[in-house]
Design a binder for this molecule. Sequence first.
Ligand code: ADP
Length: 476
Amino acid sequence: MRANLIAGEWVEGAATVADVNPSDLSDVVEEFAVADEAQVDAAIEAATAAAPGWAATSPAERFAVLERVGLELETRATELGEQLSREEGKPKGEGVGEVLRASQLFKFFAGEALRVPGEHLRSVRPGVDVDIVREPLGVVGVITPWNFPIAIPAWKIAPALAYGCTVVFKPAEMVPASAWSLVEICARAGLPDGVLNLVIGPGRVVGERMLNDPRVRGVSFTGSQATGARVAQALAARFAKAQLEMGGKNPLVVLDDADLEIAVDCAAQGAFFQTGQRCTASSRLIASAGIHDRFVEELVERMRSLRVGHALADDTDVGPVVSADQLEQDLDYLTVGRGEGAELVHGGARLERETEGYFLEPALFVGTSNEMRVNREEIFGPIATVIRATDPDEALVLANDTEFGLSAGVCTTSLAHAARFRDGLQAGIVTVNLPTAGVDFHVPFGGTKASSSGSREQGRYAVEFFTTVKTAYVRP
Ligand code: ADP
C-alpha cells in the first residue's frame, strides 16, 4: 500500500483504492491510500505553512531541485513508463515517451526558475522608480485526469514549484501510481516538507475540499467540461484563480491537394493512438470532395493494420480503453452514431485477448453530418468520424462549427490554404500536415472557446497563472 504525502510525512488513509491494469483486470498495480477531508485540510495547512519559505528560496535552489527531478525521471524512464502503461493502458513506447516528456518539463522549468521575468521603468513622477515583479501565487491545487498520468501532473507541478508556489496535488484516482512516483521523486529531490503534498481520492471529496478552501489561491485543472465548470464556479465565488483545460472535438481537414500518405498518417495517429483518449485527438475528419473516397479507403486500410492488445506487448499499436465506464461510453456512442444514420465502415468490435481487458477495435464512421451527436460531443475513445466537405471554404466552416477550440489541423500541399487555415481555424493549437495531437514541451498549450479557460499552460506562458504581479513605486 502506498501512502499520501502530507507535510513531509507518508500517511495512510481510512480507505484504499486499487489501481487496476486495463490490459489485464487480474493485475492490480498497487493499492493506494485514500485521503479524507481532514487529511486534505492538513495538506492545505502544510502547503500554507511552507509557502513563505519556498517563495523565499533562491532561483538556484529551485533550479537544483527541479533539475534533479528531471534527471531521475529520465534515468528511470523505462521502469516508470512501463508502470504508466500498466495502469493507464497506452503502449509501452508511449508510456516511456510520456515519462521522458515529464523529465523535459521539469528540466525546462528548472531553467525558467532562473529567469522569472520582471520590468524596471522610470516613473512619470520625477525621482521615482517603478519595479514590476512577479510573486508566487501561493498555495495552488493541482487536479489532474487519468489520460496522461505523469505528463499533466508534471506540466502543472513543475511551473508551480519553479515560480515559488506550494502545491496540494490530487491525481485521478484511477491512475495514482505514476502520480505517486512523481511525488516520491520530488520529495527526495530536496523539497522542504509541505511544499508538495499528495492527496489521492475522489473528486467530490478531496477535489471539492480544495476548491472551497480560501487558503488555496488557484487551481490548475484538466478534465471534463462539467467538472471544469464546477471548479470555475467555486473559485470565482471566492475570487481565486482557475486554469482549466477541458475537452475537444478537434477537426483534421484533408483538402484535395493533400499528400494522401501524410493525411492518412495524421488521421490514424491523431484519432486512434493512445486509444483516442487525448483531448487533442483528431476526432472529426473533414475531407473535401475530391479526396474523400481515396482518403477513407486508405485510412480503413491503415486501421486494418493497427494491432490492438496488451499495453506492454511489444507489437501493440493501440492499447485498451482505460476503464469499464469509458468502454461503455464508447460503445454507447457507436450505437448513437448508427442510430443517427452514420455508416460504420470499420471497427467497433469488442476484442478478446489472452488477458481480460477493455479492448476495442478502432472505429470509423463515414457519411456523418456535423449536427450528429458523434460530431458534437467528445467521445474520448478510438472512434473517429468523416464529414464530406464540398470545398475548402465549407471545410473551414465545418471545422469551426463546434463549441470546442483546443486543436485543429489541415493537410494540404498549398501554401495559400495552409496560411488561410492557420489564420482561420478557431483553436488554441493549429497544425499543418501534422496530427492534431502531439505537442512540444517548451511552448504554450491550451484552447479557445469551451475547451479552456484562464491563462495558458506550459512554455514561458505558464508564469501568468502561477504568479501575481506587484507594481512597486520607489523614491530612493
Ligand atoms: P475525466 O472524464 O477525465 O475523468 P473528470 O472531470 O471527471 O474528468 O476528472 C478530472 C479530475 O477532476 C479527476 O482528478 C477527478 O477526480 C476530479 N474531480 C471530479 N469531480 C470533482 C469536483 N467536484 N471537484 C474537484 N475535482 C473533481
